[in-house]
Write a protein that binds this ligand. Structure first.
Ligand code: ARG
Length: 567
């Protein structure tokens, strides 16, 4: 149980004892200003009605009945009726010990399934920088939801169907270089696809439409080629996912829904949710259906009978509801797809499939790299692999300098973790909705709000523990010095910060918090000796080192960043 839960229960007890009837109070919240104590409750405002007294008087009554409790140093009434809880030092330390004894560090456990649709690249092309944010933010949300107790289905909704395959098949027949394909399958597919875009004449384009239609009709040769294209792409994607410690539960791409599309359109028509418009089938909206929807219907069948991206997404919603009965589905894509998501979310609602807030588009801003950010830039699309390699090689230079005492092999492993961690962190530490620019020097800096700084702070705790041969226990301790108290209180905030980051889909709030923790650790450690301390002081300080390490390790893990024992 988190300390805040204990305190909430305490206030609840006082409320129950006041004899005002049964009222469930809201959880207490950490205060911003330490002068107001550590936690605050605003329950007196709601209670004032049933208590038939002013909020301040109700608060006064509660404060009196709590004043003797050993966990509280004192209770203060502030403003028009806030209850400020000043927690006793021993209760802070005991609370932190309890938080650390919990494998979820005090985070309350939820129930239900959440489907998270992220990464989702289109196949037959390499993953490029444009895929990074969905992959990194999606993976963080995935880990955070699992940590909160949800049953997560991570679904990589790859773009594995559509007109690009007709083009690829024509290009394959015309230009395939067998040896090139042998050596670098996806590179060769990319080459012939680009060549098609540049060089295909009308006849080839017409042929591509024929091949797409054949593929969709189940032609064996085309299906065989298509499967090969997908296999080759998945191999490439999986290499990158492995490197980034990402695993999907399912990869049901667009093609998975093929057979469901036409019956679905018929069904939506029959329900009267869709209508015909110039030979096509659309779901019309009015302003009441949501922001910006009034004048843009969702096209679900073209006049030539073809289904579209939106049709597939509707089929996907239906499938996921039937398969997993999720409480929520999250979609992680960039800002440019906002209208698309608003449209099929609204259509799903009109169909009575979902309630408000069940479908969430977690959209993010664009990522850019400053000129000259890549030392070996080939072509104009920056591949994800090249970006990661660049990060790792730059991290290697930093690590060789800072950890020259470590063996070569270990430095290489550290550089891999630091480089990829730095890329992830530079992305995650921004509000997802703002645009991000990567600046290598800044994201690899050993101080500042960066992955290397957090990883280093954690490794520092571990090194203190190794040196003192400490057991890694968080005992119930009493923080005495201001910097001990500050760090204790900071660590106690983890469950609340996590909850806010989770419910707002903003991993950056977790990043900000971990940065605060690391800074508090450094202030504490600069001022106080840990291993030379004795008695209760030693118990306090060694416990703080372990509690900090565990919080940083857990936090970094949620962001998908590897924790290192030393660096
Ligand atoms: N494949 C799409 C793209 O590359 C992203 C798919 C996102 N998920 C979805 N269910 N629409 O833009």
């Amino acid at each position: 149980m988190a300390l805040s839960d204990t305190l909430t229960a305490l206030v609840q007890e006082a409320v129950d004892a006041a004899g005002w009837g049964e009222v469930r109070i809201d959880p207490v919240q950490p205060t911003r200003n330490p002068e107001h104590g550590e936690y605050q409750s605003n329950c007196a405002f709601r209670l004032s009605k049933v208590a038939r007294m002013k909020p301040r008087d109700a608060a006064q009554k509660l404060a009196e009945s709590m004043s003797e409790h050993p966990a509280l140093e004192r209770v203060e009434i502030a403003g028009p009726g806030f209850l400020n809880l000043h927690v006793a030092a021993s209760a802070l330390g005991a609370g932190l010990a309890e938080q650390c004894a919990d494998e979820h560090l005090g985070v309350g456990q939820r129930e239900g399934c959440v489907v998270i649709d992220y990464s989702s690249p289109n196949v037959a092309k390499r993953m490029h920088v444009g895929h990074l944010r969905s992959t990194v933010i999606g993976a963080a949300l995935d880990r955070m939801h699992r940590f909160a107790g949800f049953e997560v289905v991570a679904d990589n909704h790859i773009g594995d169907w559509g007109t690009q395959f007709g083009k690829l098949i024509v290009a394959w027949d015309a230009w395939l270089d067998e040896a090139g394909f042998e050596a670098d399958p996806i590179g060769e597919l990319e080459r012939i696809y680009v060549k098609f875009a540049q060089d295909a004449d009308d006849a080839m384009n017409a042929q591509a439409r024929v091949e797409t239609a054949r593929l969709q009709a189940g032609d064996e040769r085309n299906l065989g080629l298509w499967k090969r294209f997908i296999d080759v792409s998945m191999k490439e994607f999986e290499g990158l996912y492995d490197r980034m410690d990402i695993r999907f539960d399912v990869t049901y791409g667009e093609s998975h829904y093929n057979d469901a599309l036409q019956p679905l359109v018929d069904d939506i028509l029959a329900k009267g949710v869709a209508e015909e418009s110039k030979g096509a089938i659309v779901v019309p909206f009015t302003k009441k259906d949501g922001k910006g929807l009034g004048d843009t219907p969702l096209l679900i069948r073209k006049a030539d009978g073809a289904a579209l991206y939106g049709t597939t997404d509707l089929a996907t919603v239906r499938f996921r509801l039937d398969e997993w009965a999720p409480v929520k589905m999250l979609y992680v894509t960039d800002t440019r797809q906002q209208l698309h998501f608003r449209q099929f979310f609204a259509a799903s609602k009109k169909l009575g499939w979902v309630s408000d807030g069940m479908l969430e588009h977690v959209w993010f801003g664009l990522l850019s790299l400053p000129e000259g950010a890549m030392s070996s830039r080939k072509g104009n699309v920056i591949r994800l692999k090249d970006l990661l390699d660049e990060a790792v090689s730059r991290a290697r230079a930093v690590v060789d300098h800072s950890s020259s005492h470590l063996p070569e092999e270990e430095r290489a492993a550290i550089a891999e973790a630091v480089g990829i961690g730095a890329v992830r962190y530079a992305d995650l530490s921004q509000n997802p909705q703002s645009n991000v620019t990567f600046e290598w020097d800044r994201m690899l800096a050993m101080d500042g709000n960066t992955a290397p700084f957090l990883m280093y702070s954690l490794a520092r705790c571990r090194s203190i523990q190794r040196k003192g041969e400490l057991s890694g226990e968080v005992a119930a301790f009493t923080p005495v010095e201001p910097l001990e108290r500050e760090l204790t209180k900071m660590l106690l905030k983890f469950p609340e910060v996590f909850d806010t980051a989770l419910s707002s889909y903003r991993p950056n709030m977790l990043c900000d918090y971990l940065f605060q923790v690391a800074k508090a650790l450094n202030r504490f450690y600069a001022e106080h000796r840990v291993l030379d301390a004795e008695g209760d002081t030693r118990v306090c300080r060694t416990s703080l080192v372990e509690a900090t390490a565990r919080t940083l390790e857990q936090g970094l893990g949620l962001l998908g960043i590897r924790a290192l024992e030393r660096m």
